[in-house]
Design a protein around this ligand. Structure first.
Ligand code: HEC
Length: 174
């Protein structure tokens, strides 16, 4: 939010985008875009990440993740990754947690049971509506976690690339 506002003003005032500080320039290592491949963005280490242009256009996965998160995770983890009464916030962990740990928890679940409380994260490993969109959900939460993406449905998005469409169809078996 803090960074998005001045960029929007720059865009309106007609200053070329190149002079504006891209969100990636100040982002932590596990967030900054290293390269793009067929509409997907990765850090230098090959971990999925989001990309938000100066005009607020989000990459397809981040947009898709907004929708998938709210259909599959929001019931426990609260709206916009903010946390719910039953499960912790995810927007912070998406930035601080190792990507592969994140994938592992969602795939295999996690349980913490004590005398005073029972905390169960279900395993989603056999649920295609989650597994085929895991990177989408992860990048969306990461964008929420750094504050790059404000609350609400992202107003502008990149087109869905052919490669993303093909991978989705293959994953869903359609
Ligand atoms: C039925 C409720 C429920 C649903 C639905 C759910 N979770 Fe969870 N999740 C939990 C609980 C409870 C925990 C805390 C588990 C613990 O205490 O170890 C958790 C923990 C996690 C963690 C670990 C966070 C950390 O800080 O270590 C991740 C990552 C996670 N969930 C991702 C997801 C994603 C992504 C979805 C949607 C695909 C999802 N969860 C859907 C209940 C849920």
């Amino acid at each position: 939010m803090i960074r998005a506002l001045p960029l929007a003003i720059l865009a309106v005032s007609g200053i070329p985008a190149a002079t504006a500080v891209a969100q990636t320039d100040t982002a932590p290592d596990n967030v900054a875009v290293g390269y793009e491949e067929d509409g997907r963005y990765y850090t230098e280490d090959g971990v999925p990440t989001y990309n938000i242009a100066e005009d607020g256009t989000v990459d397809w996965l981040t947009y898709s993740g907004f929708r998938r998160y709210h259909s599959e995770c929001h019931v426990c983890h609260g709206p916009e990754g903010e946390g719910g009464s039953y499960a912790p916030a995810l927007k912070g962990p998406a930035v601080t947690m190792d990507y592969y740990d994140f994938v592992d928890v969602v795939t295999n679940g996690r349980e913490r049971v004590s005398a005073s409380q029972q905390s169960v994260m279900p395993a989603f490993g056999t649920n295609p509506n989650v597994m085929c969109y895991l990177d989408d959900i992860y990048t969306y939460l990461k964008a929420r976690g750094t504050g790059a993406l404000p609350r609400g449905r992202p107003p502008k998005k990149e087109d869905k690339s052919d490669a993303i469409r093909e991978a989705e169809n293959a994953c869903l078996g359609t």
